[in-house]
Ligand binder design. Structure first.
Ligand SMILES: Cc1cc2nc3c(=O)[nH]c(=O)nc-3n(C[C@H](O)[C@H](O)[C@H](O)COP(=O)(O)OP(=O)(O)OC[C@H]3O[C@@H](n4cnc5c(N)ncnc54)[C@H](O)[C@@H]3O)c2cc1C
Length: 408
């Protein structure tokens, strides 16, 4: 246990889905926690429509939320289970289909609006005594060189802690201040997001068609609506954004081969540039990086926030164990354990997602033939398909305790 007096044990910078989940995981422990978020959280929204940003949550993520007692609040708001996944290739004849019934599971995961996730996490934090929530708070200074970490807000308050956690997203200010570099690149794609109502029901299936310029996904929402993530070249994305609703609906229907009939209604549209990176180190002096501050990837496999929440589950487990053993939670040895635990899984998932992105982005006839054959071959082998399904559901070997639904 550190003998240095600090204001907090853990200061988390960034109250997005990942940072807020970490605060919930440390709630009701003896630790003194601060959660600093630059924006004002949004708890109310119009009754009609959906959040443009949704997440496909794995079963492992659902287990984390169940263990933290926030899943029920999400279900009460609105979540959409998906039982099947259908993926096919526009540049060939390859297709693959996953069905949760084949592995005796009722569903593969859930599509949940990001605002529903955040509202449930913040409602939980409101009721917690050991977490100080500081929203609409901007930071101007970070100091990691001493015996503890400290940050100073723009209004002049300084907070010291044994451990500072960077959960401030892909452009992480904390990571930059700590001079931790990243390995990565821009995908040269943007993701257009919106929600639509289709002529035919989505059958609780997540659909994804790989087009030459990027994947187009229809993710099932309630009342027959689907959330759209259409990754494409920046020029094409700008054209799609500039279209009126009728032209956009037509472009969307035909690019999706009218698989769910025509697109009848479309919501507002937004776009996000896509990039990949992995931080050279997930830890520093009294510092740990989690979620998109540590790694960012293409949304084609819907793994980004799931991986970030697995970071949180692992880090929270190490922090709680270390505190129970009266050891220092900010010590280099404690943080190295976190780095070792997360590095191997994250590297494997990031490499797989990049591999898919390259494979499906290729226009070479040989690669197109290979990927079609590969998809059809995998589709024909049910043990391989079942293994992929279990991996995609987050059911991996070295799962942290929270990911198995068990409270710390
Ligand atoms: C189009 C699209 C679709 C996606 N779909 C999926 C999906 O289906 N499944 C999935 O698993 N992942 C998906 N992802 C990835 C997922 O959205 C991210 O992995 C996830 O949002 C990362 O969460 P985070 O909390 O780490 O970062 P963020 O969501 O970026 O949150 C960071 C928070 O930190 C705050 N902040 C930033 N700087 C500071 C500062 N200096 N001080 C204080 N606060 C600060 C921000 O205001 C924000 O609230 C998708 C991504 C995109 C772009």
């Amino acid at each position: 246990m550190s003998t240095v007096e600090t204001d907090f044990d853990v200061v988390i910078v960034g109250g997005g889905m990942v940072g807020a989940t970490l605060a919930c995981a440390l709630a009701d422990s003896p630790l003194r926690v601060a959660l600093i978020e630059a924006q004002a959280p949004q708890f109310e929204w119009p009754a009609n429509g959906f959040d443009l940003r949704v997440s496909a949550l794995t079963r492992a993520t659902q287990h984390i939320f169940e263990a933290l007692k926030v899943w029920r609040a999400m279900v009460d708001q609105r979540v959409s289970p998906f039982r099947e996944m259908h993926v096919w290739d526009a540049g060939g004849k390859g297709a693959i289909h996953f069905d949760s019934a084949e592995i005796g599971e009722p569903y593969l995961g859930h599509i949940v609006e990001n605002r529903v996730i955040l509202a449930a996490l913040y409602a939980r934090l409101e009721a917690v005594a050991n977490v100080e929530l500081m929203s609409s708070t901007r930071l101007k200074r970070l100091d990691l060189d001493g015996e503890y970490a400290s940050v100073t807000t723009e209004s002049g308050r300084t907070l010291s802690a044994e451990l500072l956690v960077a959960a401030d997203g892909s452009r992480s200010w904390v990571r930059q201040q700590a001079h931790i570099s990243v390995r990565g690149w821009d995908y040269n794609q943007e993701a257009i997001v919106t929600y639509v109502k289709t002529e035919r029901y989505h059958k609780q299936t997540a659909w994804q068609r790989f087009l030459p310029e990027g994947p187009l996904a229809f993710l099932p929402l309630s009342n027959g609506f689907s959330s759209i993530v259409w990754s494409t070249s920046p020029v094409h994305a700008q054209n799609l954004l500039a279209m009126d609703d009728v032209a956009f609906a037509e472009a969307l229907s035909s690019s999706f081969e009218h698989t769910l009939g025509t697109v009848a209604e479309v919501g507002p549209r937004a776009s996000y540039p896509l990039r990949f990176f992995d931080a050279q180190s997930y830890v520093g002096n009294h510092l740990a990086l989690v979620g998109d501050a540590a790694h960012t990837m293409h949304p084609l496999a819907g793994q980004g926030v799931n991986l970030g929440l697995a970071d949180v589950a692992s880090l929270a487990e190490i922090i709680i164990e270390t505190q129970r053993g009266s050891q220092s939670i900010g010590a280099a040895g404690t943080l190295r354990r976190y780095e070792r635990w997360r590095r191997s899984e994250n590297t494997a998932v990031l490499a797989t997602v990049n591999g898919f992105q390259r494979l499906f982005g290729s226009r070479s006839p040989v690669i197109r033939w290979l990927r079609s054959s590969g998809m059809n071959f995998t589709h024909g082998l049910s043990p391989v398909r079942n293994l992929i399904m279990r991996q995609a559901m987050g059911m991996t070997a070295d799962q942290p305790t929270l990911s198995r639904g068990i409270k710390l």
